[in-house]
Design a protein around this ligand. Structure first.
Ligand SMILES: *Cc1c(COP(=O)(O)O)cnc(C)c1O
Length: 242
C-alpha cells in the first residue's frame, strides 16, 4: 500500500465498484466512511481534497482535538466508538451528525435529555454485537428489537439503521454470518413498521472485509487502514474503553 491517500482512495473506490458489480449492488447505495482515529487533520484534509466528505472518530478527545482544523471543510462527522453516557454533550457540541454505537438504555436516556436541553435532534444506528464476543460492545441480537422499540419513544433520536463490527477473522465462513445476521435483523425490525424508525442503513465492513459486507447489503462501509495506513495502537485500545 502506498503512502498516498488519494491513490489509496482510488483503490478503495475500485474495490467498491468491483464488489458492486459482483454482488449486483448499486454503487450509489454505498457510502464510504473514513475511520480517522489517530489520523492527523492534515492527512484527513488530503482525503477531503480527494473528494471524500464522510469521516468518523472513536474517541471524543480526538473529535474535539480535530474540530477546529477541519471546520472549514465541507464534511460530515459520525461517531463509531464506545461512548460513555456522560460525554453525549460533546457529540452535539462538535456537530456529530450520526452516532453508530447506540447500544444501551442509559446512553439513549442521556442523549435524549441532552438533545432536549439543546433543542437538537440526532440520527443514530443501533450497534449489534453480531459476533457475540465479550470484548465488543453492542446490544445482543435477540434484544435488538426491544431496544429499537425503547429508543423509538425518544422523539429527539432518529433511528436510521444498524451497525456492527464483524468478527475479526480472515475466514470468510466466520465473518459473513455476522453480516448476514445484521441484515436479517434489519429486515425483521423493518417489518414491524415502528413509528419513527427507519431501517435503511447497514453500517458494516472494514478494510479487510468490506466486499463481504457489500455482498450482504452494507450501505455504509467504514475504512481506515486501507486509506491511511497502519495505526500505532491496536484496535482493542479503542474498543475496550470503559
Ligand atoms: C477503526 C475502525 C474501523 C476501520 O477499520 P480498518 O480495519 O482500519 O479499516 C471501522 N469501524 C470501527 C468501529 C473502527 O473502530
Amino acid at each position: 500500500m502506498k503512502n498516498n491517500i488519494a491513490e489509496n482512495l482510488k483503490v478503495i473506490h475500485q474495490r467498491i465498484a468491483k464488489a458492486c458489480e459482483k454482488y449486483r449492488r448499486n454503487p450509489e447505495e454505498i457510502k464510504l466512511l473514513l475511520a480517522t482515529k489517530t489520523v492527523d487533520p492534515e492527512r484527513i484534509i488530503k482525503a477531503f481534497e480527494a473528494g471524500e466528505t464522510l469521516i468518523a472518530e472513536n474517541k471524543i478527545q480526538e473529535v474535539r482535538a480535530k474540530f477546529e482544523a477541519l471546520s472549514s471543510y465541507t464534511h460530515e462527522n459520525h461517531f463509531i466508538g464506545h461512548l460513555q453516557s456522560n460525554k453525549v454533550k460533546y457529540l452535539i457540541q462538535n456537530e456529530i451528525t450520526c452516532l453508530h454505537s447506540l447500544d444501551r438504555k442509559r446512553l439513549a436516556n442521556r442523549l435524549q435529555n441532552r438533545l432536549e436541553f439543546e433543542n437538537k435532534e440526532m440520527d443514530v444506528l443501533i450497534q449489534v454485537n453480531t459476533s457475540q464476543e465479550k470484548s465488543k460492545f453492542g446490544i445482543a441480537p435477540e434484544k435488538a428489537l426491544d431496544f429499537v422499540k425503547y429508543v423509538a419513544q425518544k422523539d429527539r433520536i432518529h433511528i436510521k439503521g444498524l451497525m456492527t463490527i464483524g468478527l475479526f477473522s480472515a475466514e470468510k465462513e466466520r465473518v459473513i454470518p455476522c453480516f448476514q445476521l445484521l441484515r436479517k435483523l434489519k429486515e425483521e425490525i423493518a417489518s414491524e413498521n415502528i413509528p419513527g424508525v427507519e431501517m435503511k442503513e447497514l453500517s458494516m465492513g472494514m478494510s479487510n472485509d468490506f466486499e463481504w459486507a457489500i455482498a450482504e447489503g452494507a450501505t455504509i462501509i467504514r475504512v481506515g487502514t486501507s486509506v491511511f495506513g497502519e495505526r500505532p495502537y491496536p484496535d482493542s485500545y479503542y474498543w475496550n474503553e470503559k
